[in-house]
Design a protein around this ligand. Sequence first.
Ligand SMILES: Cc1cc2nc3c(=O)[nH]c(=O)nc-3n(C[C@H](O)[C@H](O)[C@H](O)COP(=O)(O)O)c2cc1C
Length: 169
Amino acid sequence: MELNKVLLKRRSIRKFTDEAVSDEDINEILHAAMSGPSACNRTPWEFFVVTNPETLEKLRKAARYSKIKAPLAIVVCGNLSKALPLQLAPFWIQDCSAATENILLRVTDLGLGAVWCGVHPMKTAEKNVREALSLPEKLIPLNIIHIGHPAENQEPRDQYNEKKVHFVR
Ligand SMILES: Cc1cc2nc3c(=O)[nH]c(=O)nc-3n(C[C@H](O)[C@H](O)[C@H](O)COP(=O)(O)O)c2cc1C
């Protein structure tokens, strides 16, 4: 699909069929994720690809607005041992967000649907995801992306707002 079409077509999808996401599609999605930019190319990200039903259930309960039933979840984590030092460390959030958006766009391009459910900086949600995935201290879960075959339709939408644009000429 043309990039401009994918950008507008990407909408949060929160209802999915039971059909599994193929290994080929998961592979495509992960390649897209790791094609993203990262500060000083540190690539301080780790991706947990979850299809285990009990773990999916734990992830659904992990955060207040994450109660979504999908056959696949990808948890995007920042790896503090790979992050930039000292005050530059929080750049991992931007790096992992860029990877997340790439995931959402590739998912859309493949005819699948997804929703980004925020975890960091909500401490209780972080703790719940950490326990569900047995994460070591150095990994911080940024979000849970629920992915599957869409069981709802969201119309493409252009939210362009000229009031938010500030030309400096
Ligand atoms: C940082 C972040 C956290 C979000 N967390 C949630 C969430 O916990 N649950 C949810 O259903 N949607 C979540 N969303 C999706 C937003 O609600 C959604 O992107 C927004 O309403 C715009 O709709 P659209 O994605 O269809 O364009 C999150 C999006 C972002 C970027």
